[in-house]
Design a protein around this ligand. Structure first.
Ligand code: DAK
Length: 258
């Protein structure tokens, strides 16, 4: 379906696939690629056939970070005027679940992109990390925030101060990834996760995602108010009627997303 230069996309069953496709430079994320990823996610969000997305990289790794060649000579004003932050912010508005299938390296901006996913399946050889400090900068697309919220201050400081890579077992231990599998099984496992979401009523999934993301920022009270509104709203959906009726009639529910 895609006319993209830096990524490949396809829909199979109820899953939308996005593959980073600049393998010669380890899928270094240039501005064009980030904006294509967002365009593809937007397309999938509007496509009723798609119920979950899988984001992965072609070649040796997921991605080795932002394209250093593209930003090496940039000044602060250039960085601001590139408007790249706008594209990154748009990821937070994607409604459907995004599953990252991560292998090889996920460094810098690529780790930030992975941290924007809702679920992460990684290969056992994965190396996450924030090498920005080694380049005289620091993460700028949410890395210090999302990593700290997930793994806590102590480990975040360690990894961010040193640029040290994070292995699959460490990532698993600190709740950064859902599961580690062999490289050969990575996509299969991501598809299995995606399919287990795709069979659920889409509106429930949509509101669960929204509520969990809200909970990250909100107080318990505020989060619960938000959850309550979403919970009540689902009682206006056909899928709620169908789901509960199917239970009472002892049959499988047929969810339509309405
Ligand atoms: N950018 C450009 N090219 C890259 C690249 C990168 N990040 N990473 C690798 N490449 C290229 C290499 O230059 C090489 O190209 P050729 O020499 O073959 O032409 C090719 O990919 C293969 O890489 P290596 O020869 O280096 O492969 P190795 O296996 O020896 O090493 C490596 C793999 C991943 C350890 C190494 O390539 C590496 O250290 N790469 C750089 C990692 C890194 O520092 N990443 C950037 C972090 S900074 C922003 C948002 C986010 C960001 C910035 C702005 N805004 C919203 C404004 C994010 C910043 C970052 O990610």
């Amino acid at each position: 379906m895609s006319n993209f230069e830096y990524i490949e996309t396809r829909v199979e069953g109820n899953i939308g696939f996005i593959e980073l496709n600049r393998p010669k430079v380890l899928n270094a994320l240039n501005r064009g690629m980030i904006s294509e990823i967002l365009a593809a996610m937007d397309n999938f969000d509007r496509n009723d056939d798609v119920r979950a997305m899988i984001l992965s990289g072609k070649g040796r790794c997921f991605a080795a970070g932002a394209d250093i060649d593209e930003m090496a000579e940039a000044g602060s004003v250039d960085i601001e005027l590139m408007n790249q932050f706008t594209d990154w912010d748009r990821i937070a508005w994607i409604k459907k679940p995004i599953i990252g299938a991560i292998h090889g390296f996920a460094l810098g901006g690529a780790f930030e992109l992975a941290l924007c996913c809702d679920l992460l399946i990684a290969s056992e050889d994965v190396e996450f990390g924030f090498p920005e400090v080694l380049l005289g900068v620091m993460p700028g697309a949410g890395g210090t925030v999302r990593l700290t919220k997930l793994a806590g201050k102590t480990k975040a400081m360690e990894w961010l101060f040193t640029g040290r890579r994070i292995s699959a077992s460490e990532a698993l231990h600190f709740g950064i990834i859902n599961k580690a599998v062999s490289k050969e099984l990575l996509l299969e496992e991501a598809v299995r996760f995606a399919n287990s979401i795709a069979v659920q009523p889409p509106l429930s999934i949509r509101f669960i995602k929204e509520s969990v993301l809200k909970a990250i920022d909100a107080s318990i009270y505020e989060g619960m108010q938000f959850e309550r509104k979403n919970f009540s709203m689902l009682f206006s959906s056909q899928d709620q009627k169908e789901g509960m009726k199917a239970f009472i009639e002892k049959r499988k529910a047929n969810f339509t997303g309405k």
